[in-house]
Design a protein around this ligand. Structure first.
Ligand SMILES: NC(=O)c1ccc[n+]([C@@H]2O[C@H](COP(=O)([O-])OP(=O)(O)OC[C@H]3O[C@@H](n4cnc5c(N)ncnc54)[C@H](OP(=O)(O)O)[C@@H]3O)[C@@H](O)[C@H]2O)c1
Length: 315
């Protein structure tokens, strides 16, 4: 069974590649940059050049493939818009998959993406869910909660770097999920009839508020977070500002995404008949592992720097 992973360099995609290789699948990854994706080749995956926004690069990547796992999405640093990556390019991928006779497609959406069509990124995700459902291909749509890995840039790094964390006045608790767990389920269920042609929710076991996560980061780092609360209305104003310039549209989309999670004060719960909620690793253990490694590195760097300055003063 041969798999094409689109988005293999991403947070979730790389874990899927690893799990699939471990389970003996033949894995091909569609990548934009061979240098940045060399680690996937080292793990045993085959690399093929492709860019979702250039449909002519897709058919070659799909050659000899049985299952497409599409874990790609717009990068916050991308020069494209989410309309291009999360809608038009994905339609092109779906069309190409149908043309070459792919057996199954796996798509990732956001938990309850259909809840608020005014948020364009969520609306695109929801509309794409429907396209996948009606494609005639076998499919599984995984609707995911937020990933643990995103919490590092959101909370851990700003605390370590004494940067301000901007928090909405009112935010819903989220059942964060580790991408390793998500990847395990995705690969385990590739051939499971239970998940065939179904939407499947993937969430963590416990719902966390921003304040609870910050408290853990403070305890583990020994630092106090600088927190500023932004009224929900400010998210809307910022988003409208970024909408003025085409090159910042994807920032605007991300802010809009923030707006909806901030608007609801109750936790978003899965609505599907199949819902997986596992955490191999608790959020505390994940953050403990992260802070343990980073603080050890910082201590080593400080030690090396103090040794160097001792040598200089001795000279
Ligand atoms: N992050 C979350 O908390 C979260 C929550 C719910 C659902 N999801 C969904 O889960 C999936 C995986 O998310 P993630 O956070 O792992 O994504 P990510 O880390 O941001 O990775 C995005 C991937 O998409 C690829 N990509 C972007 N533009 C491309 C293009 N034009 N052509 C080819 N590849 C392109 C990137 O490749 P490059 O390395 O070349 O940029 C990268 O591999 C997405 O569908 C996302 O919407 C994520």
């Amino acid at each position: 069974m041969s798999i094409l992973v689109v988005g293999g360099t991403g947070t979730l995609g790389r874990q899927i590649v690893k799990q699939a290789l471990d389970k003996g699948y033949k894995v091909k990854c569609l990548v934009r940059d061979f240098r940045r994706s060399a680690f996937l080749k080292d793990w045993g995956a085959e690399l093929v050049y492709g860019d979702l926004s250039i449909p002519s690069t897709l058919p070659l990547a799909l050659k000899g493939i049985n299952i497409v796992i599409d874990s790609s999405t717009i990068r916050s640093t991308s020069t494209y818009t989410s309309e291009i990556i999360d809608w038009r390019s994905k339609l092109a991928l779906l069309e190409a998959a149908k043309l070459v006779g792919i057996k199954k497609i796996i798509y990732f959406s956001v938990l309850n993406a259909g809840k608020d069509p005014s948020v364009s990124l969520l609306d695109l995700k929801f509309r794409m869910e429907k396209e996948v459902e009606n494609s005639g291909l076998n499919y599984t749509v995984f609707q995911c909660s937020g990933f643990f890995q995103g919490l590092i840039s959101q909370y851990a790094l700003p605390i370590l770097e004494n940067q301000t964390i901007w928090l909405p006045g009112n935010s819903a608790p989220v059942a964060y999920l580790d991408t390793q767990d998500a990847a395990k389920i995705v690969v385990q269920t590739l051939n499971s009839p239970e998940c065939q042609n179904k939407k499947v929710s993937l969430i963590g076991e416990k719902f966390w508020t921003s304040k609870e996560i910050i408290q853990i980061c403070e305890r583990l780092s020994g630092k106090t977070a600088k927190i500023s609360y932004i009224p929900t209305i400010a998210f809307g104003l910022l988003r409208r500002f970024f909408r003025l310039f085409e090159f910042t549209w994807n920032i605007a989309d991300r802010l809009q995404f923030g707006e909806i999670s901030n608007n609801s004060s109750s936790a978003v719960k899965p609505s599907n008949e199949i819902s997986w909620s596992i955490n191999r690793l608790s959020l505390e253990s994940y953050l403990q592992e992260y802070f343990g490694k980073i603080l050890k590195k910082l201590r080593e760097t400080n030690y090396q720097q103090s040794q160097k300055s001792d040598e200089i003063s001795f000279l």
